[in-house]
Design a protein around this ligand. Structure first.
Ligand code: HEC
Length: 287
């Protein structure tokens, strides 16, 4: 990691910094896409859903092979489906809590709830559904909730991320909070998300190549080899986007925030909005 950071700090930082100041979300999105288009002119916009594999052909080939060696990864969504369809004690299922019975809706999350003034992530909606049906909440970042979320996301595969920021000051405030988190330097190493995943995207050190933030959310929940290490079963390597946030905060020796609380929900709102228009491809497979 030290080596990686050294390389990033020696990168010449680019002048056209995207998404700073108080531009509107749609202006931010336009600038964000344009930044990456300029930085990686040969990468098609739709390929950003593949993270580092959009940038590196050799790694992409190894990744395709790796899919064959990670069989439980394929069980994650089917396992999530069985949980999704299993009736609660009251006889109802998750389908009763969602529009279109929860099928093909992942691309709309996180969403702003104008009644509560808060952000609802897909995992938040899953646990809210459990609560309203008299069931205990699931843990937030991995295990069953990640499997259910992965199944729901898989029914959106091929649909485009479509996160809405309504013209409501409360929604805009949350969006700005998420944007600030993304661009703020933090931790003992003093790095922002953008330092690594915008300005540093495509730079590499040993095994690490930094992915572009454009397309980051499309394939979550994700199955990671690292998370699966020493574990077995259909959810072994699975984690939600907010599990990943915690890991990336820790990389710069910053204390992670609690999953599904205001800070990460705001970050997810901004982060997901920046992938608007890209195809859902979940669950993804990563190192
Ligand atoms: C010091 C550099 C660094 C910082 C700062 C950092 N990350 Fe990462 N992040 C990584 C590395 C390395 C990986 C694994 C390789 C990759 O996919 O980029 C990664 C992976 C990710 C992934 C998974 C990408 C995929 O394709 O599945 C997401 C999402 C992510 N980071 C989000 C964030 C967010 C949000 C922040 C700020 C809270 C952040 N990162 C801060 C280094 C960093």
């Amino acid at each position: 990691m030290k080596k990686l950071l050294l390389i990033i700090t020696t990168l010449s930082f680019i002048i056209g910094i995207p998404a700073t100041g108080m531009a509107s979300p749609s202006d931010d999105l336009t600038a964000f896409r344009a930044y990456f288009k300029n930085k990686f002119p040969n990468v098609a916009q739709d390929d950003y859903i593949n993270g580092i594999y959009a940038l590196d052909a050799e790694r992409r080939a190894a990744w395709k092979e790796f899919e064959d060696f990670a069989p439980p990864y394929e069980d994650a969504a089917p396992y999530g489906k069985s949980l999704f369809n299993k009736p609660f004690k009251n006889g109802k299922t998750y389908a009763s809590c969602f529009e279109n019975n929860g099928i093909g809706i992942r691309q709309n999350y996180p969403r702003f709830n104008s009644k509560t003034g808060k952000i609802v992530t897909l995992e938040g909606a899953i646990n809210a559904c459990r609560k309203s049906n008299g069931e205990k909440k699931l843990g937030w970042k991995k295990g069953k909730i990640a499997a259910i979320s992965a199944y729901m996301a898989s029914t959106s595969n091929g649909k485009r991320i479509n996160v809405k920021i309504p013209n409501d000051p409360r929604a805009l405030k949350i969006y700005e909070r998420g944007k600030s988190h993304f661009y703020a330097k933090r931790g003992q190493l003093n790095f922002s998300c953008a330092d690594c995943h915008v300005f540093g995207a495509g730079s590499s050190a040993r095994a690490n190549l930094l992915s572009p933030a454009l397309g980051h959310v499309t394939h979550f929940p994700v199955w990671r080899k690292k998370w699966a290490k020493g574990k077995s079963g259909p959810t072994a390597g699975l984690g939600t986007i907010q599990r990943r946030y915690g890991g990336c905060n820790k990389q710069v020796r910053a204390k992670p925030f609690k999953a599904q609380k205001a800070e990460y929900n705001a970050l997810e709102y901004f982060h997901a909005y920046m992938s608007n228009g890209l195809l859902v491809n979940s669950p993804g497979l990563r190192q």
